[in-house]
Design a binder for this molecule. Structure first.
Ligand code: M6R
Length: 368
């Protein structure tokens, strides 16, 4: 059932190209002219036109997918988006109106906190859209509309292909929303959709270099503390990378918006502290390079993940670099998270942990 892989997690990492294709299948119009989502019944174009703000609610990895979702929606639709972890949402008395679209994201569709947030949103009259991997789950049944991610069953406790399929769902939904409310030109949709369709092959390409991540992970596994840094959407992705590493390798790590280091955390950087830096955003590369210099000046060892377009520049400033294919900047999380998943996997393996069933954790958290 593991198809020759040692663990479900590794199998699921390698299933991502298929999960991307399955989640896109039937949802892209011929000639890349737009997106179709006939499953949206309550969220008609008219209803979407009336939406003034968005709340994206989820837990753990699904929350991290929502952080990327925010960038995608704000960019495509130009409507303000807030993210909350589901266990906090209700308790801050959020301002929810019938013009608020509440998006809940859940692989299992059974997470108690997420379900409670969904119910609160409905009580306030907001339309609720679910992004879930399980057809007929509680979240899918109670939401007004559902976009299913076709990642297939995810067995490993550490979520991988569900996260990346959630990114694909956000990409599709944000483009759809822009399209049906007249905010997107066909030329732009074509460019976006062509870039999306290239993602599965790009993941296949970077998976061919997986052993390089094994070497990095084995090095990381010798440390008890490390940092991840990124800016913009890369910051959202490193938060996911850090969670993945903690969850299965039990190595303490923190993910920082790189510009925040000098506001406190830099005090923790000393000789040989490993820092994993993610750089995929052209507009932020220079700022990231300055942040990397701050780390290097204090003795930190910086391993970078960047795309082909920036490999040379970044290679000069860091101690090692892993190169991923180039895509549109806002689509990069669908590629850049993969090496981080591999680092977590191989670090867990190097430490002799139970990769698929980390201590203290359950696949589906049905208590609040
Ligand atoms: O099933 P859900 O997506 O609602 O689960 C949410 C979190 O419990 C889950 O993503 C958790 O953070 C993962 N184990 C992370 O790998």
């Amino acid at each position: 059932e593991k198809d020759g892989f040692d663990h479900f997690m590794l199998k699921e990492i390698y299933e991502q190209p298929k999960a991307y294709r399955d989640t896109m299948r039937g949802r892209i119009l011929d000639g890349l002219e737009g997106v179709k989502l006939p499953e949206l019944k309550v969220l008609t174009p008219e209803r979407l036109q009336s939406i003034r703000n968005v709340h994206i609610i989820a837990c753990g990895t699904a929350y991290h997918a929502g952080l990327v979702g925010r960038t995608l929606i704000e960019r495509a639709v130009k409507i303000p988006v807030e993210n909350d972890v589901a266990s906090e949402y209700r308790y801050r008395d959020p301002i929810i109106t019938p013009e608020t679209l509440v998006i809940v994201v859940s692989q299992s569709g059974e997470t108690a906190d997420t379900l409670a947030a969904l119910r609160e949103a409905k009580r306030c009259g907001a339309p609720v859209l679910a992004i879930t991997n399980v057809v007929g789950s509680s979240v899918a049944r109670e939401a007004d509309d559902t976009i299913v991610t076709w990642a297939g069953p995810e067995i490993a406790v550490a979520s991988t292909k569900a996260y990346t399929s959630q990114l694909i769902a956000f990409m599709l939904f944000s483009l759809y929303w822009a399209q049906v409310t007249g905010r997107a030109e066909v030329a732009d949709l074509r460019r976006e959709l062509a870039a999306m369709e290239a993602l599965p092959e790009q993941v296949e390409k970077l998976l061919e270099q997986a052993t390089e991540m094994k070497r990095v992970a084995e090095d990381m596994a010798k440390h008890d503390n490390l940092f991840f840094i990124g800016r913009g959407v890369d910051h959202a992705v490193v938060q996911e990378g850090s969670l993945k590493l903690k969850e299965i390798s039990y190595i303490h790590s923190e993910a920082y918006a790189a510009g925040e280091l000098k506001h406190g955390t830099l005090a923790l950087i000393e000789d040989n502290v490993p820092v994993i830096a993610l750089l995929t955003q052209p507009a932020l590369i220079e700022k990231m390079v300055s942040n990397i210099k701050e780390v290097k000046a204090r003795g930190g060892v910086v391993y970078a993940i960047t795309d082909e377009a920036h490999a040379e520049l970044v290679g000069k400033e860091t101690d090692g670099v892993f190169v991923i294919p180039t895509t549109l900047p806002h689509l990069s999380p669908a590629l850049s998270v993969v090496p981080l998943q591999l680092i977590a996997y191989y670090a867990s393996l190097a430490r002799g942990n139970d990769v698929d069933k980390p201590r203290n954790l359950a696949k589906s958290v049905t208590v609040e």
